[in-house]
Design a binder for this molecule. Structure first.
Ligand code: NAP
Length: 496
C-alpha cells in the first residue's frame, strides 16, 4: 500500500523540509506505516518562526480589529464543522483513538473557536485610580508575539484548539509542533485556517521530532510564549529552553488522578464513571482517573463490578463503530504499561483483570493493544499508585474514613483531576475545597467545556487553558502614564 504523503504548512503554503528529509508514521492498530511527514530541522523551524514573526508585525494581521479577528475564528469554527468527518478519520487513523470518540471530539471543536471568537473584542484595559495629582494612568492588553504550541499525540486537535483559539483571539501568531505520531489532522486544521481568511504566516505547522524540531522551536529567540502539553520529563527541557529567552510558559502535564467512592454513592454510576475515566482512549488521557480510592464497606462490590465491565469491553479496530477500546498509540507506551504492571505485581499487587496483550479475532490487528487492567495495590507508596501509566491500567485501594480518603487523594506529586462519588453535599464540598487538584468532578468524570479552565497543581503543570482567562494569558499588560498638568517638567538637576 502506498503511503499518504503530508507536507508542513508555513507562510500559507504547504512545503517539505529544506533537506527533503522524511519519516514514516505508524498505524497503531496494525503496526505498519501509513503516511510520511517532513522531518523538520532547526533551519525549517527558523523559517516558520520568522514567518510567524513577520505576520505578527505585518499590516494585514495588525490592521484587523479584534472584532474582525473574532469573525475569522468563527469562520474557522464553521469550516471545522463542515470537515468533521475528514478530521475525525485522520485523528483516529494516526493515534488509534475510536472513530466514535474522535467524531465526538471534533464535533465539539468549533465551540472552542466560537467561544474565543466572542472573547476577542472583550480584552479590555483599565483606567487606574492613581495616587498622583495631575497624572492619569491606564493599561492596555497587547498580544505577546509568536506563540509556540507543542502538542502530544493523544488528543491532537482538541489540545491544539485550546491553545490556538485564544492565542489568535488575542492577536498573536502561532507555530505548532505536533507529535511526530499525530501531525496529519493538525496540518489540515492549518489549511482550514488559511481558507477561513487568516493571513499567511499567522498559523504555521512544522512536523518532526521533539529533540530536534521541538527543541529548536522552544529555544528560538523570537518565540515569546510556549504553550506546552506533554510529560514532565519533556517539560523540564522546555522550561530550561525558555530560560534563555524568558518566554512566557504554560504547562499542561500528566496526572495520577484519584476517583474517590463513598458508600452513599450511586454505585453503578460510579463504576461507569471509573470505567470511562480510565479505559476510554485506552487510558491515554491526561485526566485518566487511575487511582481508585474506595470505601472499605463497598470495596469488593465496586472492584468486582469494574473487573466485570472491563472483561466485557470490546477491543478491536478503532474505525469500527462497535469497538469500545482501541490500541495504544505507540509501542513505547505499551511497553511502559507492561513494565509498570510487572513492577506492581513484584511489589505485591493483586491482578483483578487484564495485564496481557489481548487475543483479537482479526488477524490484521497486529498493533499495540493492551487489555483493560485492574490491580489492587496494598500501599499508597506503591509505584502504580504514584506513577502515571498513560495506559488502560487502574490501581485500587480501600479507605476507612473521609480523612483517610483525603490524605490518599493528596498523596501524589501530581494534581490534575479528581472524581468524587457521593450523595452527601457537605462532604462533596469539603473535598472540593481540600483535594489539591486543578479539576474536580462530582458524580461525573471527564467532562470538558470551552468555558471551564483546565490545568494542574504540582507536577501537573501551571497556567490554565479554556475559560475567559485563557485569552488574557496570551496578552501582555502595558501601563500608560499621561501628565495632565500644563506645568513643564522641571530640570531634575537644578536645586529649587
Ligand atoms: P511528550 O513525550 O512529553 O511529548 C509532548 C510533545 O513534546 C510532543 O510534541 C513531542 O514531540 C515534544 N517534545 C519531545 N521532546 C521535546 C523537546 N526536547 N523539546 C520540545 N518538545 C519536545 O508527551 P507525550 O508522550 O506525547 O504525551 C503524553 C504526556 O502528555 C502524558 O504525560 C500526559 O499526561 C500529558 N498530557 C497532558 C495533558 C493536559 O492537558 N494536562 C493532555 C494530554 C497529555 P515528539 O512526539 O515528536 O517527540
Amino acid at each position: 500500500m502506498s503511503l499518504q504523503r503530508f507536507q508542513m504548512f508555513i507562510r500559507g503554503e504547504v512545503c517539505d523540509a529544506t533537506n527533503d528529509a522524511r519519516y514514516d508514521s505508524m498505524d497503531p492498530a496494525t503496526a505498519s506505516a501509513w503516511a510520511t511527514f517532513p522531518d523538520a530541522s532547526a533551519a525549517d523551524v527558523d523559517i516558520a518562526v520568522k514567518a510567524a514573526e513577520q505576520a505578527f508585525y505585518g499590516k494585514e494581521w495588525r490592521s484587523l480589529t479584534a472584532t474582525a479577528r473574532g469573525k475569522l475564528l468563527r469562520k474557522l469554527g464553521d469550516l471545522i464543522s463542515e470537515n468533521t468527518e475528514l478530521l475525525a478519520q485522520l485523528e483516529s487513523q494516526e493515534n488509534g483513538k475510536l472513530i466514535r470518540e474522535t467524531r465526538g471530539q471534533v464535533g465539539y471543536l468549533p465551540e472552542f473557536f466560537y467561544y474565543m471568537a466572542g472573547l476577542a473584542d472583550k480584552v479590555e484595559g483599565e483606567t487606574l485610580p492613581i495616587d498622583k495629582p495631575d497624572m492619569m494612568a491606564y493599561t492596555i492588553r497587547e498580544p505577546i508575539g509568536v506563540v509556540a504550541a507543542i502538542i502530544p499525540w493523544n488528543s491532537p486537535l482538541y489540545l491544539t484548539a485550546i491553545k490556538v483559539a485564544p492565542a489568535l483571539a488575542a492577536g498573536n501568531t502561532v507555530v505548532i509542533k505536533p507529535s511526530e505520531h499525530a501531525s496529519a489532522s493538525i496540518i489540515e486544521l492549518a489549511k482550514l485556517a488559511q481558507q477561513a481568511g487568516f493571513p499567511a504566516g499567522v498559523l504555521n505547522v512544522v512536523t518532526g521530532f521533539g529533540p530536534t524540531a521541538g527543541s529548536a522551536l522552544t529555544s528560538h529567540p523570537l518565540v515569546r510564549h510556549i504553550a506546552f502539553t506533554g510529560g514532565s520529563a519533556t517539560a523540564r527541557h522546555v522550561v530550561r529552553a525558555s530560560a534563555e529567552n524568558f518566554a512566557h510558559l504554560s504547562l499542561e502535564l500528566g496526572g495520577k488522578s484519584p476517583q474517590i467512592v463513598f458508600p452513599d454513592a450511586d454505585i453503578d454510576s460510579a463504576v461507569n464513571g471509573i470505567v470511562a475515566g480510565v479505559f476510554a482512549a485506552s487510558g491515554q488521557s491526561c485526566v485518566a482517573g487511575s487511582r481508585l480510592l474506595i470505601h472499605e464497606s463497598i470495596y469488593e462490590e465496586v472492584v468486582q463490578k469494574i473487573a466485570d465491565r472491563a472483561a466485557r469491553i470490546q477491543i478491536g479496530n478503532p474505525k469500527d463503530a462497535a469497538t469500545e477500546m482501541g490500541p495504544m498509540t505507540t509501542e513505547a507506551q505499551l511497553n511502559i504499561a507492561e513494565k509498570l504492571v510487572a513492577t506492581a505485581l513484584e511489589e505485591g499487587a493483586t491482578l483483578r483483570h487484564g495485564g496481557q496483550r489481548p487475543e483479537l479475532g482479526d488477524a490484521s490487528l497486529t498493533g499495540w493493544y493492551y487489555q483493560p487492567t485492574l490491580l489492587e495495590c496494598p500501599k499508597p507508596s506503591d509505584t502504580l499508585m504514584q506513577e502515571e501509566v498513560f495506559g488502560p491500567v487502574a490501581a485500587a485501594i480501600p479507605f476507612k474514613t473521609e480523612e483517610e480518603a483525603l490524605a490518599l487523594a493528596n498523596d501524589s506529586r501530581f494534581g490534575l483531576a479528581a472524581g468524587i462519588w457521593t450523595r452527601d453535599l457537605a462532604r462533596a464540598h469539603r473535598l472540593c475545597r481540600d483535594v489539591r487538584s486543578g479539576i474536580i468532578w462530582v458524580n461525573t468524570y471527564r467532562v470538558v467545556s470551552a468555558m471551564a479552565p483546565i490545568g494542574g497543581f504540582g507536577e501537573s503543570g501551571y497556567g490554565r487553558e479554556c475559560g475567559i482567562d485563557a485569552v488574557l494569558s496570551y496578552t501582555e499588560k502595558k501601563t500608560v502614564w499621561i501628565n495632565l498638568s500644563d506645568t513643564p517638567m522641571a530640570d531634575p538637576f537644578v536645586m529649587r
